[in-house]
Design a protein around this ligand. Structure first.
Ligand code: SF4
Ligand code: SF4
Length: 168
């Protein structure tokens, strides 16, 4: 008998439990990069400048549970928000599911490890600067956060060691 399909394939965003909802985040950190909205055109500009609470190595929020004390305008994603905002990265798991697309191999829920989002080059690791050191945001305009990333291939499994411990 085959295993039951995982929750993200069977439930709508609205039907997920809080735990399931939180586990959907792949930990890429892309949504924590600052964006610019131009007044006249309302066009969106992505930057490579990260929110001051984002750890640039782990790509995790350093104060997730209490973040609104420090960053009051940090958005709390809900199914309605996911369906209405225009700045979620195309690789974001919430956006993918809202658009009826599958999670990719590098998503931690699929791969079983949080490292694949970094190994595949999806996360912001190595590509972002902290806002405290960045200077003007318009000096940091980039387009990659708004594009679907091309994942690096998964590393092949390491060969099993053939060496044997010598006995004396
Ligand atoms: S872009 Fe989406 S998947 Fe990535 S960290 Fe933000 S909420 Fe999580
Ligand atoms: S407060 Fe945390 S979750 Fe919100 S944008 Fe900043 S780093 Fe991301």
């Amino acid at each position: 008998m085959s295993a039951p399909a995982p929750f993200w394939q069977t439930k709508t965003l609205e039907d997920m439990s809080r735990e399931e909802w939180e586990s959907l985040c792949d930990g890429c950190g892309r949504c924590c990069l600052h964006k610019l909205r131009y007044e006249v055109t309302e066009e969106l500009g992505f930057t490579n400048v990260a929110c001051r609470l984002l750890n640039l190595d782990t790509c995790q929020c350093t104060k997730y549970a209490t973040r609104h004390r420090y960053v009051p305008d940090c958005v709390t994603l809900t199914p309605a928000e996911v369906r209405s905002i225009d700045w979620l990265p195309p690789s974001c798991a919430y956006r993918l599911l809202a658009e009826g697309k599958p999670l990719q191999w590098w998503h931690p829920l699929v791969s079983g490890t949080p490292e694949t989002v970094h190994e595949a080059g999806i996360s912001i690791r190595g590509r972002a600067v902290g806002e405290r050191h960045a200077g003007p945001l318009d000096h940091h305009l980039v387009d990659w956060p708004g594009k679907m990333p091309r994942p690096r291939k998964p590393s092949p499994p390491k060969p099993a060691s053939t060496s044997k411990r010598e006995t004396t």
